[in-house]
Design a protein around this ligand. Structure first.
Ligand SMILES: Cc1cc2nc3c(=O)[nH]c(=O)nc-3n(C[C@H](O)[C@H](O)[C@H](O)COP(=O)(O)O)c2cc1C
Ligand SMILES: [Mn+2]
Length: 472
């Protein structure tokens, strides 16, 4: 298993999936190249160096985990697994993870270089302006924001975007007040205090994943990342904040998040994962950066949101959670779950046992499908990770007049591009979900026309025997 981001990049290089790009401009070009690469069939990871305006060695790494193989690798799984098998392996691994406490080490790689006081200048790093209409450079698009709960000492470490505003000023964005970081910051602010905060740019990929997972209030992303790796995260105290910080991080900011009653700066807009700008600039909380630490030749991990189907993770992790939820709520015979269109469409595949089984699964899946307007259930012969297969089932097994239900006022978010502006102004963050039953109708499933194509197993056998000749 990789030790840190650098070793992960080496693993990707060994897979042949790393491209080194020289001479790109952090203004739009790094973002543009990242987007085009993410939309190409082999979807390579990118390591930018000799970036215009910056010294050699100050690098940006993007598309880290955007394909199935690299997402599997980051999870410590076999990168050669087929997509649905890889997601199943993650679901099984996730269920059995036991939190693994971080360990303190005496020295940290990120302390190789430190800048404090008047020397602090965030602009030393090539923070990209990722998309054309972004409000400015975002140094944090996949960065980890760390805070300590003042009451319990709990350390939260999650991903919130970070915009650059000046040599020692950045903003941190919470989508809503329920984010753990937002809850913790508010506790300090309500006492008239600033919130000590640190930000990691260029973290361990396991921590990148832990920062994205919905972990319960009070639980530790460090421990979750350690569990993924089967080895504890090594930490060292931040010299200024005393916060525990992963020793192998590339770049670390320390400072304080000023109460919003004292200061705010216009945050955003920023291209979102839906492929749109959800909102204009809004007042955001300001971090005063009081120290910068970085490794020699630091690597900034960038993970900009992009137009679907491009997504931060080549395996739809939230679908693994939905799959687990189905199992733990007693829905049997689920053989797969997946999300397409960057989480905006959920698919569940199951072996139907009784009338109503498919709808039961769909309702559970719909309940847990953040922002997804489309929830589809298919039979077990359909691979839910294969969108063409799924749409074949929808177009041939679902009679729209009978097989589509609408659930209203369901879970979406302020990022939803289709909530009308006047409703958004009133605080509406829900939408409706179409539940599409694309299974053979249970009562006459045995009389449904037989499929003419090969089964997955038959196709595999043909591939084994004839694959070389087919490919020429
Ligand atoms: C690349 C990436 C960027 C994200 N950006 C933000 C963001 O700017 N604001 C936010 O509130 N959530 C963002 N998220 C989602 C949160 O990180 C995620 O929901 C996480 O579970 C929140 O952690 P928490 O429960 O500790 O608050 C992002 C996720 C990823 C993977
Ligand atoms: Mn958390």
């Amino acid at each position: 298993m990789y030790k840190d981001l650098r070793e992960f990049i080496d693993c990707i290089d060994q897979l042949g999936a790393l491209r080194r790009i020289q001479g790109a401009d952090p203004r739009f070009e790094i973002g543009g190249i990242t987007e085009v690469a993410a939309g190409s069939p082999d979807c390579p990871a990118l390591l930018f160096d000799s970036i215009i305006g910056f010294p050699n060695g100050f690098r940006v790494f993007s598309n880290a985990t955007t394909d199935v193989k690299r997402a599997a690798l980051a999870l410590g799984l076999d990168p050669m697994l087929r997509p649905l098998d890889a997601l199943k392996a993650w679901m099984d691994k996730r269920k059995s993870l036991r939190p693994l406490a971080p360990v303190s080490v005496g020295s940290a790689a990120f302390l190789q270089n430190s800048l404090v006081g008047a020397d602090v200048d965030v602009a030393r790093f090539p923070a990209p302006v990722w998309h054309r209409h972004d409000g400015g450079p975002f140094i944090g698009s996949g960065s980890i924001v760390i805070m300590r709960d003042p009451d319990t000492g709990w350390i939260n470490a999650s991903i919130y975007r970070v915009q650059v505003h000046g040599p020692h000023k950045v903003t941190v964005q919470f989508d809503h007040g329920g984010r753990h970081g937002a809850i913790i910051a508010k506790k300090y602010w309500d006492r008239g205090q600033s919130c000590p905060v640190a930000i990691l740019h260029g973290e361990d990929p396991a921590l990148f994943i832990a920062g994205f997972e919905y972990l319960p209030h009070g639980s530790s992303e460090y421990e979750f990342a350690g569990a993924i790796k089967g080895a504890p995260i090594e930490i060292c105290s931040g010299p200024q904040t005393g916060l525990p910080l992963p020793a192998h991080a590339e770049i670390v900011f320390e400072g304080r998040l000023v109460p919003m009653s004292e200061a705010t700066l216009p945050e955003g807009p920023f291209g979102e994962f839906t492929g749109y700008y959800a909102a204009e600039a809004r007042p955001g909380p300001v971090m005063e950066v009081t120290a910068i630490h970085h490794r020699n030749d630091p690597i900034l991990l960038g993970s900009p949101p992009m137009k679907p189907p491009r997504f931060h993770f080549g395996l739809p992790f939230r679908a693994a959670t939905i799959w687990s939820e189905l199992e733990s709520s007693g829905v049997t015979d689920v053989v797969g779950a997946w999300q397409h269109v960057s989480q905006l469409m959920t698919v569940v595949a199951l072996r139907q046992r009784y009338d109503g089984h498919a709808k039961r699964a769909a309702l559970v899946a719909a309940a847990h499908s953040y922002m997804a307007r489309l929830v589809v259930v298919v039979d077990e012969d359909i691979d839910p990770s294969n969108l063409a297969d799924v749409m074949w089932a929808v177009a041939t097994r679902c009679e729209p007049a009978d097989g589509i239900d609408i659930v209203r006022n369901a879970w979406s978010s302020a990022l939803d591009p289709r909530i009308p502006p006047d409703q958004k102004d009133r605080g509406v963050t829900s939408h409706s979900k179409a539940i599409i039953d694309a299974c053979k109708p249970f009562p006459w499933r045995d009389r449904f026309p037989k499929a003419s194509a090969l089964s997955a197993e038959e196709a595999r056998q043909i591939e084994e025997k004839w694959g070389n000749q087919i490919r020429g």
